[in-house]
Design a protein around this ligand. Structure first.
Ligand code: ADP
Length: 615
């Protein structure tokens, strides 16, 4: 069986390649993880761009809406009036109340009026404990700016309210003189409440990187970096923030692609940032989105890709393995078939050789048989001649005796005629005629015996043939003083055969029987005719020594004889056997239980219509 299977080897290569590809994909995937993470982080940041602009716009909106309010309020005459006469107890409550109403209407936190020294004269929150009335705010930049620049703005933690706010301020003019300053404070905490609802953290930092607004209250007033001395001094001076809360946060920034960066807070929290500015306020707005979901997503995606590749590879490997197995089986089958075909071809050639040999042998046999037949025919002839030779003595006796008798009868007849005894002479002549008939009959049989058989096989009368054979054997039987017992059937029996040859067979059997009983004083022969279905048998029994085992075994072989040379050729039974076989019958021999041999000529019954064979 061949083990070098190129196709399957190719498939094995492919499987190895797939394994290598899978390995490469896994390694490459792991190597590419940072880039994938970056991609997802940027995606996240881009998604949050809208959040940033929304936050910026809402802050801007709130600031813009209130920016012009102080200038408008400063136009109110009551404010100039109360500044002219701050202690006017009739006017003050009115002024206070008006400010309160206006604050409610405009939806701002507080509105208050200060004299040029920064002392609050009237305020919308006059009713509260945290009322600004009587408080001095000359340290606040919005106040100073309003006095000096005509408008002021500022953001800070309210020193009275403790709430973070954005301040706008404008001067109140009395004629050409600055009589005081009106300020408006708005609260921005509501944004934080909105921001808190999202997963992002939003922070608003000022120029000093102090977190002013954030939805994480613990980050309020924390700084993203250390504050300079100047900045600290300025904050202290303006009392913008409580100094004790200005604690720097531990923040690290790592640049990401697309102008974005990752912010790590306290080594714990990582955010991807979107940064925008609210220029008017000098603020930076940052949307901080936790990186965790993006990183998880990146890893999941990578895992999914690797899994998909693994799965595809596995499917490929399974498919290829299956194919390889199939191919292997197919190739094995082919090899089997080829081997089988080879064997069949070998056997066929062996068979052909054997066949040719057989054909040769058959032809040789046929040739041998032909030669044998020729020889046999010649031998039959020779055998007949030998028999004739044997019989010649008996024949001459047989002929001489009637001839002598004929002579005597003829002489007597002449004498009877001389004496006028015509009646006696006629008797003698009749006897002479009978003897002539007998001699003619013998000569006729001898002629038949000597002739080569050219007759065809046809229906012949068995009894007639038997009669002829007995007649032919007559002289011999008489010479041996043999007794022939033959119960001749009344109705004729037709058999398939040739008259002359069948007669020859029977003569031969009778002759052998006589020979076998040569030593007996009184030879006896029994002939019986038996009908058995479609078979017609003639049995010739003698009372001789019978057949020894050795004789039985070789009886029908040509030239087998126990007789002395010159007496027997050993051909009679061999020829007879073949003759009977030619007729479609059999010749067999056995011993009679009471001694002696029985020869059976078994012939096929013939139809009357086949006609009797002509002599
Ligand atoms: P042949 O008579 O010339 O010997 P056969 O073929 O007729 O040749 O007979 C062969 C032999 O078979 C004889 O030599 C004899 O030994 C044996 N044989 C034939 N007929 C008889 C018989 N009736 N009884 C005993 N032996 C027989």
């Amino acid at each position: 069986m061949t083990t070098s299977l190129p196709k399957t080897r190719r498939i094995r290569h492919a499987i190895r390649n797939i394994a290598v590809i899978i390995g490469v994909v896994v390694v490459a995937g792991l190597a590419a993880l940072p880039r994938i993470e970056q991609y997802f982080l940027i995606q996240t940041a881009e998604r949050e761009e809208a959040t940033l602009s929304l936050a910026i716009q809402s802050i801007r909106g709130a600031l813009d809406r209130s920016e012009a309010l102080p200038a408008l309020l400063a136009e109110r005459p009551i404010l100039t009036e109360i500044l002219r006469d701050p202690d006017n107890q009739g006017l003050l409550p009115y002024a206070n109340e008006q400010l309160r109403q206006t604050a409610l209407t405009l939806d701002v936190a507080d509105i208050w009026v200060m004299d040029p020294t920064g002392m609050t004269i009237a305020s919308s929150n006059y009713r509260l404990d945290t009322s600004f009335v009587g408080r001095r705010y000359d340290y606040r930049p919005y106040f100073i700016d309003a006095l000096t620049n005509g408008r002021g703005r500022f953001h800070a933690l309210g020193t009275s309210s403790g709430l973070r706010g954005y301040f706008f301020a404008a001067p109140i003019l009395d004629g050409t003189e600055i009589a005081g300053v009106v300020a408006v404070k708005i609260h921005l905490e509501s944004f934080e409440d909105t921001w808190a609802e999202s997963e992002n953290t939003i922070i608003v930092t000022d120029q000093n990187d102090v977190v002013f607004l954030s939805d994480r209250s613990d980050w309020h007033f924390r700084t993203l970096g250390p504050l300079s001395e100047d900045a600290l001094a300025r904050i202290a001076e303006t009392r913008q923030y409580p100094l004790d809360r200005l604690i720097p946060m531990q923040v690290e920034t790592e640049a990401l692609a697309d102008m974005r960066s990752i912010l790590t807070v306290s080594d714990q929290e990582d955010f991807v940032t979107n940064v925008g500015l609210v220029a008017a306020a000098g603020w930076r707005v940052m949307v901080l989105t936790p990186t965790r979901p993006a990183l998880i997503q990146a890893r999941q995606s990578l895992a999914l890709i690797i899994l998909a590749v693994l799965f595809a590879g596995l499917v490929g490997v399974l498919f290829l393995q299956r194919r390889a197995r199939l191919l292997e089986r197919l190739e094995q089958q082919q090899a089997h078939r080829a081997q089988l075909e080879r064997r069949v071809a070998e056997r066929t050639s062996d068979l052909n050789a054997a066949n040719t040999q057989l054909v040769q042998e058959i032809e040789e046999r046929k040739a041998t048989e032909l030669r044998l037949r020729k020889t046999q025919t010649e031998l039959v002839q020779a055998g007949k001649l030998a028999a004739l030779g044997q019989m010649s003595a008996a024949l001459s006796h047989e002929f001489n005796q009637p001839l002598a008798a004929v002579k005597a009868y003829a002489e007597n007849a002449a004498t009877f005629l001389d004496r006028d005894r015509a009646e006696d002479a006629r008797k003698n002549v009749t006897l002479i005629s009978q003897m002539a008939d007998r001699m003619a009959s013998i000569s006729k049989h001898l002629r038949n015996f000597a002739r080569r058989p050219q007759e065809k096989i046809s229906a012949v009368s068995l009894l007639e043939v038997l009669d002829a054979a007995i007649e032919l054997m007559g002289p011999k039987l008489n010479a041996a003083k043999a007794e022939l017992r033959y119960n001749r059937p009344n109705t004729d029996i037709l058999v398939s055969g040739g008259q002359v040859r069948l007669q020859q067979v029977l003569v031969n059997l009778l002759s052998n029987a006589l020979d076998a009983m040569e030593a007996r004083g009184k030879p006896e022969i029994e002939i019986s005719v038996v009908t058995e279905g479609a078979r017609r048998k003639v049995e010739v029994r003698d009372f001789g020594p019978g057949l020894s085992d050795d004789v039985l075994e070789n009886l029908f072989d040509p030239f087998f004889t126990t007789k002395s040379p010159g007496k027997g050729l050993g051909l009679g039974l061999s020829i007879s056997y073949n003759i009977v076989k030619d007729f479609g019958g059999t010749l067999a021999a056995r011993n009679h239980p009471d001694g002696g041999a029985i020869f059976v000529v078994d012939l096929q019954a013939a139809d009357q219509s086949e006609g009797l064979a002509a002599q």
